[in-house]
Design a protein around this ligand. Structure first.
Ligand SMILES: NS(=O)(=O)N=C1NCCCN1
Ligand SMILES: [Zn+2]
Length: 263
């Protein structure tokens, strides 16, 4: 199959139709992070996350990925520091993955692909009142990206994996509480790359300060296989399509500099 050989990724059909015109279009995401071209910035501070598991509300299948949503009506689960000037609120996290372990991540590092990528999505609560307002502002959003590799079972992830069969179809939702997203971060969150880019799924707006962790996390083969049991399609649709390859291809760097918090 495509997965066994060193398959040319271009044969994989991205899951959504790329729009013809993109707003601005010179700071799109994801990108290939070329390690030796990233510029160390000693002024980058450590990232400060302060997540309250009590703000975890639900998990649902939106037809692109599955997402865990948090109550972002107060400053309970926040992100600050790193490259950020303001305090951001966590609104949701989700993943992107492939049909097999050869690909699936959105960002690449020196063209290296990972089997999956976690995105923790935050919006600038010092400047805006709602995610929907922040999503069109160039300093509106901050997304933490974490690469996943196949290895030992991730105990913290299992609670989430166990909920997936209940939300197999698009638009299904189930209550999901007391989940601490910090358990999905790698041990060392001080080493990251950061650059200005966009959302990688619609509305693709160029509002994101990306913070991509250098350290990956490990999940088991079986845990990632459950991600692939999800469906893009709603229950009533005749033809069911498995939710795989829900990643966007890398976009032109267009002269941007990727900074690193480490040498
Ligand atoms: N993959 S991504 O860049 O996080 N894209 C998103 N689009 C809609 C809102 C949340 N995130
Ligand atoms: Zn994403």
């Amino acid at each position: 199959t495509a997965c066994s050989s060193k398959f040319v990724l271009s044969q994989v059909h991205p899951m959504w139709q790329e729009p013809l015109a993109i707003p601005g279009g010179d700071r799109q995401s994801p990108i290939d992070i070329v390690e030796r071209k990233s510029v160390f910035d000693s002024k980058l501070k450590p990232l400060v996350t302060n997540y309250d598991p009590k703000t975890c509300q639900q998990i649902w299948n939106n037809g692109y990925s599955f997402l865990v949503e948090y109550d972002d009506t107060t400053d309970k689960s926040t992100l600050k520091g790193g490259p950020l000037q303001d305090q951001f609120r966590l609104c949701q996290f989700h993943f992107h993955w492939g049909e097999c372990n050869s690909w699936g991540s959105e960002h690449t590092v020196d063209r290296r692909l990972f089997p999956a990528e976690l995105h923790l999505v935050h919006w600038n609560a010092d400047k805006y009142n709602l995610f929907e307002e922040a999503v069109v502002e160039d300093n509106g959003l901050a997304v933490i990206g974490v690469f996943l590799k196949i290895g030992k079972r991730h105990e913290g992830l299992q609670k989430l994996v166990d909920a997936l069969p209940v939300i197999r179809h698009k638009d299904s939702v189930v209550e999901f509480t007391k989940f601490d997203p910090a358990c999905l971060l790698p041990p060392n969150i001080d080493d990251y790359w950061t650059y200005h880019g966009s959302l990688t799924t619609p509305p693709l707006t160029e509002a994101v300060t990306w913070i991509v962790m250098k350290q990956h996390i490990e999940v088991s083969h079986d845990q990632l296989a459950v991600f692939r049991s999800l469906l893009f399609t709603a229950a009533e649709e005749e033809v069911q399509k498995s939710m795989v390859n829900n990643f966007r291809g890398t976009q032109p760097l267009r002269g941007r500099t990727v900074r690193s918090s480490f040498t």
